[in-house]
Ligand binder design. Structure first.
Ligand SMILES: C=C(OP(=O)(O)O)C(=O)O
Ligand SMILES: [Mg+2]
Length: 573
């Protein structure tokens, strides 16, 4: 009998494959004394060799899929496994204390980890502690004969089942083998869900209990359109979903025809549809999906993909590649938005009760100005290679915007003074993702060249409902009149000052929201690249005069989300 699991639809598409459990195995062991220390030393050597063999494969895969930089960490792990001091210490312990290899490995590696972690003024050595921990875990798994899951080692088609996936786990998924994924926790706008859309991997998040329900090797269908997973489907169910997958492929082929078309409504009004990207590598996907701009370059992914703060040169190369790749179309780079669910291992931030309400984004940039200024200099240099715009994340007050803009102007003035080339038409705008800012949009519009509405955060802060928590996902309501009123205020305020407003939150590609947003006069819609063509196709059918009436009614008359949804259906059917 098949079984169905329901979750939140995170990325369109249908997939069926064997389950690959990306869950940490139990690595507990008991300490024992050994008589035959020679045999125990040999067990250790065998486990070390097996761990090295894993790492060599992972390193090659990482180099091929992600690039040489990302592969370096595994080279470091291999070096640790060949370190005579470390291995010598473990073996001495086996021989002298007559303990099993597991215990000797743990004692010795714990000692090295504590020593490196104690070097609080040396970030490099502190990171090595993490490497030793990883390596010890891998050797221990071989000693215990259990499998350590590693997405890089997957060499057949699978559906990944995990409690949660971090953005960096998601970045490592190889699309050739990973056909879909399902997680226990998370919401539609958590960053792993956003990345699944960029990678075009059908996904379900927030299913509650996928890891305890699904077993390794079971066949699982992922319906990323409805947010449903079928475990061990019958032949009939498989056939039904094959049909659904082929209908989806047909629709995609129809949308494909709009790739080079402009975005024009039925009554001839034009809009800009942009793509959200995380790295310059995503520019190819943006162009393939007919993006007319990059409305959001989440620059923090450059920081998250590195093992230390990226240098000015490294950042310059990345921004230059993005603006050049977009061939004169605008690229809006958002300055570093670390914090919330995006962490930097090499920039430890204090533990906070409420990280989403804490020290993050522009708050860090204004505090640690050396990091901010390095980023701004890289952006100023890249401005010479295309149409670059900059925006600041998480602006709450006029003062924050003015302070950030002043730092930008200072850095720019230094370029001009030194005779270094820099574009003189860089637009400097801000994310609108904090309700306080949305309420004083009229004031902010005097200073900001444009607004980009970050609904992923704006909704969570307005409704006081964590964007990544499936238990409160019923409150995460993009069409709630409260949200629509804030959006209207933002758009109207920008237009009153002759400025433009875009939206780079996931709501911009939401097919129910698009008619309302078009009616509210949103100028630019920026979304996961894979949503662009279906949105262009939808826009072709809309009449903005009619959508204006829809928007007015939704904002002023509707009381609930459900009423707004019915109204949209009534106006678009
Ligand atoms: C686009 C947004 O930024 P992020 O999802 O990176 O927080 C947003 O908050 O809507
Ligand atoms: Mg945000």
């Amino acid at each position: 009998m098949s079984e169905m699991l329901k979750g939140i639809a995170a990325s369109d598409g249908i997939a069926a494959a064997k389950a690959y459990m990306l869950v940490q195995p139990d690595l507990s062991f008991s300490e024992s004394s050994v008589e035959d220390t020679e045999a125990e030393t040999k067990r250790l050597d065998d486990a070390v060799e097996a761990a090295k063999a894993d790492l060599k494969i992972i390193k090659e895969k990482a180099a091929a899929n992600l690039g040489a930089d990302e592969a370096e960490v595994f080279e470091a792990h291999l070096t640790i496994l060949s370190d005579p001091e470390l291995l010598g210490n473990i073996k001495d312990k086996i021989v002298n204390d007559k303990v099993n290899a597991e215990k000797a490995l743990k004692d010795v590696t714990d000692m090295f980890i504590a020593m490196f972690e104690g070097m609080t003024d040396n970030a490099y050595m502190q990171e090595r502690a993490g490497d030793i921990r990883d390596v010890a875990k891998r050797v221990l798994s071989h000693l215990l004969g259990v499998n350590l899951p590693n997405p890089a080692l997957i060499n057949e088609e699978v559906v990944i089942v995990a409690h949660d996936l971090t953005p960096s786990d998601t970045a490592q998924l190889d699309r050739n083998f990973v056909k879909g994924f399902i997680t226990d926790i998370g919401g539609r706008t958590s960053h792993s869900a956003i990345m699944s859309r960029t990678l075009e991997i059908p996904a379900i998040v927030g299913s509650g209990n996928a890891t305890s329900t699904i077993k390794e090797g079971q066949t699982v269908i992922i319906d990323g359109i409805e947010g449903e997973a079928i475990i061990e489907p019958s032949a009939e169910e498989l056939k039904k979903y094959e049909g659904k997958a082929s209908d989806f492929a047909k629709k995609k082929a129809e949308w494909e025809e709009l790739k080079d078309a402009k975005t024009v409504t039925a009554n001839g009004k034009q809009f800009i549809l942009g793509a959200n990207i995380g790295t310059p590598k995503d520019v190819a996907g943006a162009n393939d999906n007919g993006a007319e701009a990059v409305g959001l370059f989440r620059s923090e992914f450059l920081y998250m993909d590195a093992s230390e703060l990226p240098s000015e040169d490294d950042q310059f190369e990345a921004y230059k590649q993005a603006v050049e790749g977009m061939n004169g179309k605008q690229v809006v780079v958002r300055t570093m938005d670390i914090g919330g669910d995006k962490e930097l291992p090499y920039l430890p931030l204090p533990e906070e009760m409420n990280p989403f309400l804490g020290y993050r984004a522009i708050r860090i940039s204004l505090d640690k100005q050396d990091i901010f200024r390095t980023q701004l200099r890289a952006l100023l240099r890249a401005s010479n290679y295309g149409r670059l715009a900059i925006m600041f994340p998480m602006i709450a007050t006029v003062k924050e915007f003015k302070d950030a803009k002043a730092i930008f102007e200072e850095e720019k003035a230094k370029f001009v003074k030194a005779g270094k080339p820099v574009s003189d038409d860089i637009e400097v705008g801000m994310m609108m993702e904090i309700p306080a800012a949305a309420m004083i949009a009229d004031k902010l519009a005097k200073y900001s060249d444009f607004f980009s509405i970050g609904t992923n955060d704006l909704i969570q802060y307005t409704m006081a409902a964590d964007r990544g928590n499936e238990r409160v996902s019923y409150l995460y309501q993009p069409y709630n009149p409260s949200i629509l009123r804030l959006i209207k205020n933002i758009i109207d305020s920008s237009h009153a000052e002759g400025k433009w407003t875009g939206m780079c939150g996931e709501m911009a590609g939401d097919q129910i929201a698009v008619p309302i947003l078009a009616g509210l006069g949103l100028d630019e819609f920026s979304m996961s690249a894979t949503s662009i063509l279906k949105t262009r196709s939808l826009m072709k059918k809309l009449d903005t005069d009619k959508m204006k009436k829809l928007a007015e009614k939704a904002v002023s008359e509707c009381e609930t989300t459900e009423e707004v949804i019915s109204l949209v259906k009534e106006f678009t059917d």
